[in-house]
Design a protein around this ligand. Structure first.
Ligand code: NAD
Length: 249
């Protein structure tokens, strides 16, 4: 589907100097990775991710949580970036300052070619020790699930941020610093329900940034936006970039 953008939006994008993009699960939906708040399919239909992605869930049933993440890790490892991810790589090439912040754990921005990504919620490809909170890159394979930390014998868990846990401080500080100096802030494919990520566009607004949301649905953030572009990111983003910087020749 072809989208028509307000001329004021295209001019704002062309003249922007400090652009910040916050992405959520929606940008990877067109790569075949299910979002959290939409229907889950298959074996896991009966489990609520909100009750699996917590330290309490892991303590109660570590094997179930490990296997749920093993299933998601497999899905993610088979997925490829979609035109939305690639359009952000291209957008960055046209702008003096560009910061990409993601809540996704799927690595697809990096695979698409985005060179510097602030990962607020970790990366599903990595594992860490539940007891020591350090990343573990290899361990002896046994039949036991989850596997055990080779240093302390504690259980291994995915290196993702679960509900109720704090975010890694380095990317979080980078995200707040970028939002507080942004002149244009995109929120793409995020439900706007998960804090503190959802407060980033509001911080940018306080310093005078223009806010743009790309999402087929409205969200709790929509009312705060200067522009809401309704539709899939994999369609809208490439068209937006082509409208702002038409391909030569
Ligand atoms: P969410 O599942 O809460 O919301 C997804 C949002 O994306 C919704 O608002 C939905 O309307 C929108 N959306 C769906 N398809 C879209 C498309 N094609 N283009 C644009 N938008 C689309 O996701 P969230 O806000 O990111 O929060 C969920 C948490 O779960 C995140 O913190 C994230 O770490 C984790 N998560 C990550 C992945 C991933 O890495 N791909 C997938 C699922 C969940």
């Amino acid at each position: 589907m072809s989208h028509i953008f307000p001329p004021s939006l295209i001019e704002t994008l062309q003249s922007a100097r400090r652009v910040v993009v916050l992405t959520g699960a929606g940008i990877s939906a067109e790569s075949g990775i299910p979002t959290f708040r939409e229907a889950q399919t298959g074996l896991w239909a009966k489990y609520d991710p909100m009750t699996l992605a917590t330290p309490q869930a892991f303590r109660q049933n570590p094997r179930l949580v490990w296997e749920w993440y093993a299933w998601r890790r497999k899905l993610v490892s088979q997925a490829r970036p979609n035109p939305g991810h690639y359009a952000l790589v291209e957008m960055a090439n046209h702008l003096p300052h560009f910061t990409l912040i993601t809540q996704n754990v799927d690595n697809l921005h990096q695979i698409a070619g985005s060179s510097y990504v602030l990962e607020l919620h970790g990366n599903i490809a990595r594992s860490k020790c539940f007891a020591e909170n350090v990343v573990i890159s290899s361990w002896p394979e046994t039949d036991e699930l989850p596997p055990r930390c080779p240093h302390c014998g504690g259980l291994l868990r995915p290196d993702v941020v679960w509900f109720g846990e704090s975010l890694p401080s380095e990317p979080l500080d980078g995200a707040f610093a970028a939002a507080s100096t942004a002149d244009l802030f995109f929120t793409i494919g995020t439900s706007g329900l998960v804090q503190p990520a959802a407060s980033l566009p509001l911080l940018a607004r306080q310093v005078g940034a223009i806010l743009i949301e790309i999402n087929p649905q409205t969200t709790p953030l929509t009312d705060q936006m200067d522009y809401h572009l309704s539709g899939p990111a994999g369609e809208i983003l490439p068209q937006l970039v082509a409208a702002a910087w038409p391909p030569k020749g």
